[in-house]
Design a protein around this ligand. Structure first.
Ligand code: FE2
Length: 297
């Protein structure tokens, strides 16, 4: 569908009923502030955007990312010390850096990322699709009593899955998007461990429900990649999942825009609750350590 924007007419095709649009008619290597404004408003509308046939160099990719804010520097994954904000992730035959659990990026940190911009450099012949889920919808389609209850809660997130349980953060279970003002669900199976204000069996039950609900197929889009496609998503109102079902090599390049602190939909209404404290519950120990400010137990 042709869409009129401040930078001219773009070809915008929605990819599902919930989120995602493929955009043609723009060259990202020549993008400047006017293009960034138009892309930002398309991203607010669709949450994840795909730009096929772009083939950016690493420096063009970084320059494009900087139009949207400060980029994350990550010495462990970066390609050479001269570009600490540029990452290349390779996976072979499903082994390697494959994020095959639903998550929003870096919610184990006090400031998770704002958005990520991926370049599909090398695509397997089949498989390796990525799915995204609209977390506005995940919140809005809860019943009013559960919406109300969840708004008063916070949750502990940690990087246990990455071997760093000491990296922890507490975020609202329902957050407000700083630009759209819409509320979205903000818990995920990869990083979220414990609802702070509930006893641990209650927390386990609610998190199991919410993290599964968050990826209801009705809230999702599934994208089949081709080489040279740039994808970008709003990490504040989506989750994503990479299908680990491919053979051959899959290489993505990535920059990540930082600088976001989740804003709660309402102030916490209850105090942290870890009674009775269960020594058998790693998540109770983890929460206690967080509250005591001592790192993991
Ligand atoms: Fe991710």
């Amino acid at each position: 569908m042709a869409a009129s924007t401040d930078i001219g007419v773009l070809d915008v095709n929605r990819l599902s009923g919930s989120l995602g649009a493929e955009i043609r008619g723009i060259s990202l290597e020549q993008a400047g502030p006017a293009e960034a404004d138009a892309i930002r408003s398309l991203l607010l509308e669709h949450q994840v955007l795909f730009f096929p046939e772009q083939h950016l160099t690493p420096d063009q990719h970084i320059a494009f990312g900087r139009l949207f804010g400060e980029l994350e520097a990550h010495p462990n994954l970066s390609l050479g010390a001269e570009r600490p904000e540029f990452f290349e992730l390779k996976a072979e035959g499903g082994a390697g850096a494959i994020a095959d659990e639903w998550h929003s990026d870096l919610t184990c940190q006090a400031q998770p990322s704002v958005m990520a911009i991926l370049h599909m450099k090398k695509c397997p012949p089949f498989g390796g699709d990525t799915l995204w889920a609209n977390q506005y919808k995940a919140y809005e389609e809860l019943s009013p009593p559960l919406q109300d209850f969840c708004q008063g809660l916070t949750a502990l997130h940690d990087a246990h899955a990455h071997g760093k349980p000491e990296t922890m953060a507490v975020h609202p279970v329902v957050r407000v998007h700083p630009v759209t003002g819409r509320k979205s669900l903000f818990v995920n199976e990869h990083f979220t461990r414990r609802i702070v204000e509930l006893a641990h069996p209650e927390s386990d039950a609610l998190l199991q429900f919410l993290t599964r609900w968050a990826s209801n197929p009705r809230f999702t889009v599934r994208y089949r990649w081709s080489e040279g496609t740039i994808a970008m998503w709003d990490n504040r109102c989506t989750q994503h999942y990479v299908l680990n079902d491919f053979e051959g090599e899959r290489v993505i390049q990535r920059v990540t825009v930082m600088g976001d602190e989740p804003e709660p939909a309402s102030p916490p209404r209850w105090k942290p609750y870890i009674k009775p404290f269960s020594a058998a519950s790693r998540h109770d120990r983890q929460l206690k350590a967080y509250l005591d400010g001592k790192g993991p137990g």
